[in-house]
Design a protein around this ligand. Structure first.
Ligand code: PGA
Length: 266
């Protein structure tokens, strides 16, 4: 794991956007794994600005979102499809026919839809770069604590603390979905590269358990310790409970020096 503690929330968004931009410049037909929630908003703003001001093109990419609320139509304002249109898709030149979310209406078979989502990821050649936020309870996607670390795309019941944390996204009196279809932890771990971003002191305990705790399904994000290419971008508040901060800084400096001397092939 590469742990980078940056000076601010804005720096996390800028650095994260640069990693995505670099991926798209290097491989215009990249397969990107995308996320929703509060964490990616500023990163998406930066990608939209790179598209607008520096002609960064997303025309050839394919995308797969981590999760979608179960039983909503694609035009429902509560859906993550709606979120993605509002915060990213409408602001860049993505071909939305290649922008996938694991949607499943009430009248559709959730097992068939889940298998079709996995198949679509495989057919696209797998995910090159997956963006993740992290829940206060350590979830990634909607893989709530005790999710199998080998899980695949499926319908999950949202944890009570997740329901509480997400309430602000819904209007007064609007029903809040209790189920979602989410990529599994096994699905996420197959991405070639993973970028997790976390900011704010409310994320600090989950960040500590993810990086310095044991690999355990009670903290689903700890499964990332099993992946060979994970970058974690943190602001100082989210990093506040880490014990090995000095070590992460030193390794970062050493890696930078090695990279300067021995350029890595693309
Ligand atoms: P947040 O959620 O970005 O809204 O904090 C992250 C998550 O639940 O994965």
């Amino acid at each position: 794991m590469e742990i980078l503690i940056l000076e601010s929330k804005d720096a996390v968004a800028a650095f994260g956007a640069e990693i995505f931009a670099e991926q798209v410049r290097k491989k215009p037909a990249s397969v990107l794994g995308l996320a929703t929630g509060g964490s990616p908003l500023a990163l998406y703003d930066k990608l939209a600005a790179l598209h607008r001001n520096e002609a960064l093109s997303f025309r050839d990419i394919t995308s797969f979102n981590l999760d979608e609320y179960f039983g909503l139509s694609s035009t429902d304002a509560r859906s993550y499809r709606h979120y993605m249109r509002e915060h990213l898709f409408s602001r860049i030149d993505i071909d939305e026919s290649r922008a996938h979310l694991p949607a499943c209406r009430d009248d559709e078979d959730p097992w068939e839809k889940a298998e079709a989502y996995e198949a679509a990821i495989r057919e696209a050649g797998g995910i090159d770069l997956q963006l993740l936020g992290i829940g206060r309870n350590g979830h990634i996607g909607f893989n709530e604590p005790t999710s199998s670390l080998a899980s695949r795309t499926r319908v999950k019941t949202l944890a009570e603390d997740t329901m509480r944390d997400n309430r602000d996204w819904f209007r007064e009196g609007e029903p809040q979905p209790e189920l979602a279809m989410t990529m599994g932890i096994g699905t996420i771990l197959e991405a070639t590269e993973i970028l997790l971003i976390a900011t704010g002191s409310h994320k600090a305990p989950a960040v500590r358990r993810t990086i310095e705790g044991p690999v355990a399904s009670v903290c689903p994000a700890s499964a990332l310790q099993l992946h060979a290419s994970v970058t974690i971008l943190l602001d100082p508040d989210a990093a506040a409970e880490l014990e090995l901060t000095r070590y992460y800084q030193t390794t970062g400096e050493h890696q930078a020096r090695l990279l300067e001397r021995w350029k890595r092939p693309d």
